[in-house]
Design a binder for this molecule. Structure first.
Ligand SMILES: [Ca+2]
Length: 451
């Protein structure tokens, strides 16, 4: 007797071993805890999962796990379990399939794995002979010959909340921190117009960015990526010149008169008394029957836009000041005289509502974007103060996330859903429903979550 798995809660030690649990051996060589609180336990006979009640054992006899000697474990941001073996490569288990990476089919420099860690950007760090990082596509190997790693024998790994990688080697402890060049969204080592375009495309939801890319895109480091950053990145490319402060933006935003030409409607967005307008983000609802055809932005400005779920989302930035008709939308259909309802932000600093003269429709107005990648804004309006429940259900009607529960004021509300369930874990791709309930009113909208 002796050995086994011990759990210390601050007061008591609970020991699990072959005598009192289904553990097949007492020698435990790797551990990881997943987001659901389950313990993944590795030893030289396979892998055990303990959820606090039940034990599940995986080994080469009862599963397609390719090796029995488990030397390292880590769980990535998506919930997949990474399993390092002593000599049979690296295995990833997504809950269904076991995928094996080794020297033959990947960039791994050795057959065995001593240590594993997963970072917030979805990368897996692998220690044994050197330090290898796998981003899902590429394998990069760091050794004392191509990096500051003090030894090529890596025995332990951890990633902290700031993204630093702590590396235990045979020759001391090393800490690795990636340098992120502000504005270098593409990660090619320089800041160019491409980075501005990527930022604009990200703002309107055309693309997603990794955590590292978001840090690079957040030029003013205020924790969010918006049109301010796009303008600042653009300015950093030109450099040298003195630019007006984005905070000094002035002007009154309104819709201009709709003009019909060649079967199309031109709807200008006017900034009256504009001063220091260098960037603009616009989100407007397209009424039933109104189709978006295109957009004109000031000369020399860059823009990205996206039309989805009845919404137009536009982000534009430039080095020269915009005045007068800053944006002109080209539309088809019956455009309301009062223009379109929505929100506009100048420089990412000054936000104004548009088209408020249009009567507000009460109820669940929409989900944007839909399909949802990452985050979606759910908009609804209340005719009067009311007790509100806003809940997301899965396709079979199970409640997966309660977004709002309580009294809310009359008027418009906007709630952001991050695609996660009540436990904070990302939900699987598929069909969901968001349901708004007040004592007077119930409405449901379908949401498609994509990865
Ligand atoms: Ca920012």
């Amino acid at each position: 007797m002796g050995g086994g798995l011990a759990v210390f809660d601050g007061t008591d030690w609970t020991v699990y071993n072959t005598g009192n649990s289904p553990l097949p051996v007492d020698w435990i060589s790797a551990l990881a805890i997943d987001a659901a609180g389950r313990a993944w336990i590795g030893a030289n006979w396979g892998l055990a999962v303990f959820d606090g009640t039940d034990w599940t054992i995986y080994n080469t006899e009862n599963s397609t796990l390719p090796a029995d000697w488990i030397s390292a474990l880590a769980i990535d941001a998506g919930g997949s379990v990474w399993i390092g073996t002593n000599g049979d490569g690296l295995v990833v288990f997504d809950g269904t399939d076991w995928t094996v990476y080794n020297r033959w089919n990947s960039g791994l420099p050795s057959y065995g794995v001593n240590a594993l860690a997963a970072d917030a950007a979805g990368r897996v760090w692998i220690g044994r002979w050197g330090l290898t990082v796998f981003d899902g596509t590429n394998w990069t190997v760091y050794t004392p010959w191509n990096s500051g790693l003090p030894s090529n024998m890596v025995y332990a790994l951890a990633v902290d909340a700031a993204g630093r990688v702590w590396i235990g080697t045979s020759d001391g402890l090393a800490v690795y921190q990636e340098l992120i060049l502000p504005g270098d969204v593409s990660g090619d080592g320089q800041v160019t117009v491409t980075d501005v375009v990527l930022t604009l495309r990200y703002i309107v939801g055309l693309i997603t960015l990794s955590d590292t890319q978001k840090i690079a895109a957040d030029f003013n480091q205020d924790g969010k990526v918006n049109i301010t950053d796009a303008v600042l990145i653009l300015r950093s490319i030109v450099g040298g010149k003195r630019f007006a402060r984005l905070e000094d933006v002035r002007g009154q935003v309104r819709w201009g008169r709709v003009i019909e030409a060649a079967g199309r409607k031109r709807l200008p967005l006017v900034v009256e008394g504009a001063s220091n307008v260098y960037g603009l983000e616009l989100q407007v609802a397209l009424p039933e029957g109104v189709e978006f055809e295109g957009v004109e932005v000031p000369e020399g400005w860059l823009e990205a836009h996206r039309v989805e779920g009845g919404w137009l989302h536009l982000a534009a930035a430039g080095l020269n000041e915009a005045q007068g008709e800053v944006v002109v939308l080209s539309l088809r259909g019956v455009v309301p005289e009062a223009g379109l309802r929505g929100v506009v932000s100048l420089n990412g600093v000054k936000e104004e509502r548009l088209g408020d003269e249009v009567p507000v429709v009460f109820g669940l107005e929409g989900v944007y974007p839909n399909p949802v990648r990452g985050e979606a804004a759910i908009r609804y309006a209340l005719a009067e103060e009311a007790e509100v429940r806003l809940v997301v259900y899965d396709a079979v009607g199970r409640e997966v996330r309660r977004l709002v529960e309580g009294m809310q004021e009359e008027g418009e509300h906007r709630v952001v859903w991050d695609g996660r369930g009540e436990d904070g874990r990302p939900l699987a791709a598929g069909v969901y429903f968001v349901r708004l309930e007040t004592p007077e009113y119930v409405a449901t909208k379908k949401i498609v979550l994509v990865k």
